[in-house]
Design a protein around this ligand. Structure first.
Ligand code: TLP
Length: 346
């Protein structure tokens, strides 16, 4: 890459192996179900998360939206973390396009909703209220620095859902980061949910795309929802080919990104003027803050990192920043970040 970009793992470029696979992918018209590369990706994805079928979609947002459209109807309610991506950062799609009524609940430091609060958020059977239909969960939890949540939490969510005839969808945009961090098979994290979306284009480096997985019956409905939102693609095998490389070659190495994030957090924690909690860093991202007493403003901090070391960091409008590691960030880049931040803040 032409810069050292810690803004997100979404900025990661496709790998040389992906570009090769894309150039050589067998393709067909996927709306006819005739793209062999898309079909292969969908089967592989479903198998890796222990579901019957998969659906290749353009983005994580589209995966969550098509899942919600396929699971719910107008007037259905969705219990959801108030700082979850699906509620906070998908342009209100569930409400705007689905007529789904979100019921946002606070989450703890790891991104978990309180189970008693989830139970209490179930509406009585009364025409005043939306239907109890969906519980939306996320893993790893982006707003909590990519914290990987253990399967036991989802098992308890499942129990509440079953008791109330509800469906659980997981935004597993970074489910493989969570699985690698917890040293678990991803299926252990997805076994308690009805459907899961995960992204190929974040730490796994594909240029675009996510896969929504669930039962074959659900995926048939989701295929219709994907068409409805204009997301049915044609020779999408060119993109799916990169996704296959992502799933076969890029999962295990996520551990390197996690190690880099930890090293970075530990390094920044030593610098006076920065507030970091390295003990919370388990995957490839974390939040840290600039102390009120620091000699630069947040905007100056971001600008100087960029000017002095070509290090890109998002934010600058508040005292909190997010640093994200990925395939294109090396150990030397982490060391340069720490060194430059120390020089700026001295
Ligand atoms: N996350 C992006 C931004 O939108 C914040 C990022 O830089 O992290 N779920 C989660 C947990 C996500 O973090 C994201 C994207 C999505 C869904 C949506 O994926 P895309 O961007 O492919 O629609």
């Amino acid at each position: 890459m032409d810069r050292i970009d810690f803004r997100s793992d979404t900025v990661s470029w496709p790998t040389p192996a992906m570009r090769h696979a894309m150039a050589n992918a067998p393709v067909g018209d996927d709306v006819y179900g005739e793209d062999p590369t898309v079909n292969k990706l969908e089967a592989l994805a479903a198998e890796m998360v222990g579901k019957e079928a998969g659906l290749f979609v353009a983005s994580g947002t589209m995966g969550n939206l098509t899942a919600i459209l396929a699971h719910g109807r107008r007037g259905d309610g969705a219990i959801v973390g108030e700082d979850s991506h699906t509620f906070r950062a998908e342009a209100g799609g569930m409400a705007v396009l689905g007529g789904i009524v979100p019921n946002p609940l606070p989450t703890d430091v790891y991104g978990r909703m309180d189970l008693a609060a989830v139970q209490n958020a179930i509406y009585p059977d009364d025409p005043h209220f939306p239907n109890n239909r969906l519980i939306l969960v996320e893993n790893s939890y982006g707003a909590k620095g990519g914290y990987p949540i253990e399967p036991a939490y989802f098992q308890q969510i499942r129990q509440i859902a079953d008791k109330n005839g509800m469906i659980v969808h997981m935004d597993g945009a970074r489910i493989f980061n969570a699985a690698v961090a917890l040293n678990l098979d991803p299926r252990e994290l997805t076994q308690h949910v009805d459907s899961v979306t995960f992204c190929l284009s974040k730490g796994l480096c594909a240029p675009m795309g996510s896969v929504l997985c669930g039962t074959a019956e659900f995926i048939a409905q989701a295929r219709r929802a994907r068409k409805l939102v204009g997301g049915a693609m044609r020779q999408a095998g060119v993109m799916a080919a990169a996704g296959i490389v992502a799933l076969t070659e890029m999962v295990e190495r996520l551990a390197d990104d996690h190690a880099h994030a930890k090293t970075l957090a530990n390094g920044l924690a030593q610098i006076p003027g920065l507030i970091v909690q390295p003990e919370l860093v388990k995957t490839n991202m974390f939040f840290f803050a600039l102390d009120e007493a620091a000699p630069v403003t947040p905007a100056e901090f971001v600008q100087r990192l960029r000017d002095e070391a070509n290090i890109w960091l998002s934010g600058g409008y508040s005292r909190t920043f997010r640093a994200v590691t990925h395939y294109w960030i090396q150990e030397a880049d982490v060391a340069l970040f720490v060194q430059t931040a120390r020089a700026i803040l001295q």
